[in-house]
Design a protein. Structure first.
Length: 80
Protein backbone atom coordinates (compact mmCIF):
# COMPACT_ATOMS: atom_id res chain seq x y z
CA UNK A 1 0.00 0.00 0.00
CA UNK A 2 2.85 2.37 0.76
CA UNK A 3 4.30 1.89 -2.73
CA UNK A 4 0.94 2.77 -4.29
CA UNK A 5 0.60 5.88 -2.12
CA UNK A 6 4.15 7.00 -2.91
CA UNK A 7 3.44 6.81 -6.66
CA UNK A 8 0.70 9.45 -6.35
CA UNK A 9 2.05 11.56 -3.49
CA UNK A 10 3.73 14.80 -4.46
CA UNK A 11 6.51 16.17 -2.30
CA UNK A 12 6.10 19.88 -1.68
CA UNK A 13 9.46 21.59 -1.42
CA UNK A 14 9.91 24.78 0.58
CA UNK A 15 13.14 26.77 0.81
CA UNK A 16 14.42 29.82 2.71
CA UNK A 17 12.63 33.01 1.72
CA UNK A 18 9.51 31.33 0.27
CA UNK A 19 6.16 32.90 1.08
CA UNK A 20 3.71 30.40 2.58
CA UNK A 21 0.26 30.22 4.12
CA UNK A 22 -0.25 28.42 7.44
CA UNK A 23 -3.31 26.34 8.33
CA UNK A 24 -5.38 27.97 11.07
CA UNK A 25 -5.77 24.83 13.19
CA UNK A 26 -8.19 26.47 15.62
CA UNK A 27 -10.76 26.91 12.82
CA UNK A 28 -10.07 23.56 11.15
CA UNK A 29 -12.16 21.54 13.64
CA UNK A 30 -15.29 20.05 12.10
CA UNK A 31 -18.36 22.15 12.70
CA UNK A 32 -16.42 25.28 13.65
CA UNK A 33 -16.27 26.75 10.17
CA UNK A 34 -18.49 27.27 7.16
CA UNK A 35 -17.97 25.87 3.70
CA UNK A 36 -16.40 29.03 2.32
CA UNK A 37 -14.51 30.24 5.40
CA UNK A 38 -10.83 30.88 4.93
CA UNK A 39 -8.78 28.32 6.89
CA UNK A 40 -5.37 29.72 5.93
CA UNK A 41 -3.54 32.63 7.54
CA UNK A 42 -0.54 34.53 6.27
CA UNK A 43 1.51 35.08 4.25
CA UNK A 44 4.61 34.20 6.21
CA UNK A 45 8.21 33.93 5.07
CA UNK A 46 10.32 30.85 5.74
CA UNK A 47 13.33 31.93 7.77
CA UNK A 48 14.94 28.53 8.36
CA UNK A 49 14.49 24.97 7.09
CA UNK A 50 15.06 22.34 9.78
CA UNK A 51 15.12 18.55 9.74
CA UNK A 52 12.01 16.35 9.46
CA UNK A 53 9.96 18.79 7.38
CA UNK A 54 9.85 21.55 10.03
CA UNK A 55 10.22 25.24 9.34
CA UNK A 56 10.76 28.46 11.29
CA UNK A 57 8.51 31.24 10.00
CA UNK A 58 8.66 35.03 10.11
CA UNK A 59 5.88 37.48 9.46
CA UNK A 60 6.49 39.46 6.29
CA UNK A 61 7.34 42.48 8.47
CA UNK A 62 10.19 40.51 10.05
CA UNK A 63 8.75 39.41 13.42
CA UNK A 64 9.54 35.78 14.35
CA UNK A 65 6.58 33.43 14.98
CA UNK A 66 8.52 31.43 17.55
CA UNK A 67 7.82 27.71 17.44
CA UNK A 68 8.60 25.53 14.40
CA UNK A 69 5.79 24.53 12.03
CA UNK A 70 5.40 21.16 10.31
CA UNK A 71 5.36 21.30 6.51
CA UNK A 72 2.00 19.53 6.28
CA UNK A 73 0.38 22.69 7.71
CA UNK A 74 1.90 24.93 5.01
CA UNK A 75 1.19 25.69 1.38
CA UNK A 76 2.82 28.05 -1.10
CA UNK A 77 1.47 31.59 -1.24
CA UNK A 78 0.69 32.65 -4.80
CA UNK A 79 0.45 36.38 -5.33
CA UNK A 80 -2.33 37.35 -7.65
Amino acid sequence: MKAQFDKRAKEIIFSDGDLVLKLDAARDDKGNHGKFDNLWIGPFQIREVQDNNTFILNEVGGEDLGSPVNGRFLKHFIQG
